[in-house]
Design a protein around this ligand. Structure first.
Ligand code: NAD
Ligand code: UFG
Length: 353
């Protein structure tokens, strides 16, 4: 019989692509989201791509009653926990919201899972926990440090999970440290839909390519990197999604906990990323150099050996493919999910239904 997985933050960027992967692999998916940073319209897109249905519950992970009811009634075998806030700059100005949503949200989820005897969890962590890496590629044993409340919230949750696993060996936890997710589903029907001004490079470049923003500011061209711009490890969101499936599968086969990087192992500079996007969209992207963004590091890319060994997983798509898919999504959906007629008609189940 198919396993049932609860996906928190399922309507978000990485969650929605992971739901596609899980449904295609035959899992029964219960999706939970409070839509604070996403649209219910995502649901019908996931169903359209996969030809499968999923239950979408509108709820906050901090809502104990809703969570309890759900865990009691749905026969859940495992949880993939994406729900949280993720904007670094916003976390600096509104730290309490980040600790409440991310840390208290994860705590509430863990308490509820403990109560209902559900002890398989995949957690969305981030390469941000490495702070300023002392060397690259970054391995999972590198020193951890954080420079902002968002990063601190991820590190606290990682530590909380470590303490929990130490206290109760029944827990099976996969902590996945993502590098820089980019791209979109190849259908052009699912993608990243940032609200307001995008924080991250790829969605910003896509909006400049579309003509929605006049110019990309490249934050610094005096880093100690080959072309002076920051080096990052961009990973296709569908590769990332497959990584979650691989992690979940491992939790059903092996006891214990593990932490792995999910990246490609390749560093790409901002200029190289912009050039790849220009090739994808077929026209130049206006850009200018500006000063470094506070808190940015020169280079951060993953060592991928642990994921290969433990999960038999490696990224398959390169930056050129990420740009092609991101451009397809952006050009077919210039207003993201906001121009989706079905958005307001989408039925949203409650835990009672
Ligand atoms: P996203 O904002 O697109 O998705 C997060 C989803 O969680 C949204 O749909 C939002 O509505 C929902 N949500 C937020 N708080 C919630 C709450 N309290 N209860 C229920 N739902 C809630 O973000 P994403 O890019 O898909 O990121 C998913 C996870 O991966 C996050 O935990 C993020 O910190 C982590 N991560 C993201 C990146 C990245 O660059 N995108 C990098 C590393 C780690
Ligand atoms: N950049 C620009 N201009 C922009 C946006 C970004 O030049 O408008 C540059 C940055 O300086 C950096 C690179 O593009 O060199 C990538 O920046 P992103 O903001 O896309 O990504 P970061 O590596 O700064 O951060 C991302 C996530 C974090 C996560 C981190 C590590 O936003 O949440 O990756 O995984 F913690």
């Amino acid at each position: 019989m198919a396993h049932t997985v609860l996906v928190t933050g399922a309507a978000g960027y990485i969650g929605s692509h992971t739901c596609v992967c899980l449904l295609e692999a035959g899992w029964r998916v219960i999706a939970l989201d409070n839509f604070s940073n996403s649209s219910p319209a995502v649901l019908s897109r996931i169903e359209e791509i996969t030809g499968r249905t999923l239950a979408m519950i509108e709820a906050d992970v901090r809502d104990h009653a809703a969570l309890s009811q759900l865990l009691q009634s749905e026969g859940i075998d495992a949880v993939v926990h994406f729900a949280g806030l993720k904007a670094v700059a916003e976390s600096v100005s509104r730290p309490l919201e980040y600790f409440d949503n991310n840390v208290a949200g994860s705590l509430a989820l863990l308490r509820a899972l403990n109560l209902h005897g559900i002890r398989r969890l995949v957690f969305s962590s981030s390469a941000t926990v490495y702070g300023e890496p002392q060397s690259v590629p970054v391995t999972e044993t590198a020193p951890l440090s954080v420079t902002n409340p968002y990063g601190r919230s991820k590190l606290i949750i990682e530590q909380m999970l470590g303490d929990l696993a130490h206290a109760d060996a029944e827990w099976r936890i996969a902590t996945l440290r993502y590098f820089n997710p980019a791209g979109a589903h190849e259908s052009g029907r699912l993608g990243e839909d940032p609200r307001g001004i995008p924080n991250n490079l790829m969605p910003y470049v896509a909006q400049v390519a579309l003509g929605r923003r006049p110019c990309l500011s490249i934050f610094g061209n005096d880093y100690p990197t080959p072309d002076g711009t920051g080096l990052r490890d961009y990973i296709h969101v569908m590769d990332l999604a497959r990584g979650h499936l691989a992690a979940l599968n491992r939790l059903f086969r092996h006891s214990g906990c593990f932490t792995v990087n999910l990246g490609t192992g390749q560093g790409t500079s901002v200029l190289q990323a912009v050039q790849a996007f220009e090739a994808a969209c077929g026209h130049p992207i206006a850009r200018r150099f500006s000063s470094r963004r506070p808190g940015d590091v020169a280079a951060c890319y993953a060592s991928c050996e642990a994921a290969e060994t433990l999960l038999d997983w490696r990224a398959e798509k390169n930056v050129a493919q990420m740009c092609v898919d991101q451009w397809r999504w952006q050009s077919l959906n210039p207003d993201g999910y906001r121009d989706c007629a079905s958005a307001s008609q989408q039925p949203v189940a409650t835990p009672q239904s």
